[in-house]
Design a binder for this molecule. Structure first.
Ligand code: TPP
Ligand code: MG
Length: 249
């Protein structure tokens, strides 16, 4: 006896395009290979779609040299691949690095900013690190330290641990996240000349200020340039410098 056709009996070739209603198509049904270049309109391309090969990313070391030259008496909190470069560029700095506790640089910077309200604190963060402790954006915005500038070195990868892609890669919009969390201001900078022009203002601006820096990979990582002062010793040294009357810049 012939049976009634069941949905599982339908073959793909039995389904005609005109049978498919827009409401039947779910976003997860669209495969990248289904999208043809001619389907993409210029207005569909968002800044976060720009691929690294389209723009020349800034060199982290150049950024750090500019920050070093203009930091004044600021305390700096480098982490991950900004750490070895910062050690070389600013060996006697008022700084304390964050390497053993991934994602802690911004919270460490917040504590320092609250403890030293008359001094600038500059966090030199990694994108993978910030993603790991994203809630720190809201914590910082809530505490609203006027003296904190949060620089994010956005390279799209966990460079220190072998350059694996971070979740979302370069599409993650940290500026929107920082603004959404409540930072007083948040900017993205792609070009070193633009950074040079804007840095003096950024260092004076009322915080918390967030600056997403589009960078390439640094020359060294904490894995290729091991060493440096252990964290507890860095804290002791920084405390001694800060408590000295007229702590040096
Ligand atoms: C909780 C935790 N998970 C993983 C690691 C291993 N780890 C060390 S460095 C690193 C990557 C850091 O990436 P990012 O913050 O983007 O800095 P970059 O190295 O790119 O400068 C990872 C995953 C860690 N240290 N702690
Ligand atoms: Mg990174």
């Amino acid at each position: 006896m012939a049976h009634d056709p069941k949905p599982q009996d339908a073959k793909p070739q039995d389904v005609k395009p005109q049978d498919v209603k827009p409401q039947d198509v779910k976003p997860q049904d669209v495969k990248p290979q289904d999208v043809k270049p001619q389907d993409v309109k210029p207005q569909d391309v968002k800044p976060q779609d720009v691929k690294p090969q389209d723009v020349k990313p800034m060199k982290p070391e150049e950024i750090l040299k500019l920050i070093h030259a203009q930091r004044g008496t600021a305390i700096c909190v480098p982490t991950m691949t900004t750490s070895p470069a910062w050690r070389t560029i600013a060996p006697d700095d008022l700084s304390v690095g964050c390497v053993g506790f991934m994602g802690g640089a911004s919270s460490l910077g917040l504590g320092l900013a609250l403890a030293q309200p008359d001094r600038r604190v500059l966090v030199l963060d990694g994108d993978g690190s910030l993603l790991m402790q994203l809630g720190s954006l809201a914590t910082i915005a809530g505490a609203a330290p006027r003296n904190l500038v949060h620089f994010l070195f956005k390279n799209g990868v966990y460079h220190t641990s072998g350059a694996q892609g971070i979740p979302g890669g370069l599409t993650v919009d940290f500026v929107a996240m920082a603004k959404g969390a409540g930072y007083r201001a948040a900017y993205a900078i792609h070009d070193i000349e633009d950074f040079k022009r804007r840095l003096p203002e950024l260092l004076k601006a009322e915080g918390p200020v967030f600056v997403e820096l589009h960078t390439g990979l640094s020359e060294q990582t904490p894995m290729t340039a091991r060493g440096g002062v252990p964290f507890p010793q860095q804290v002791t040294d920084l405390r001694a410098k800060l408590l000295k009357p007229r702590a040096r810049a």
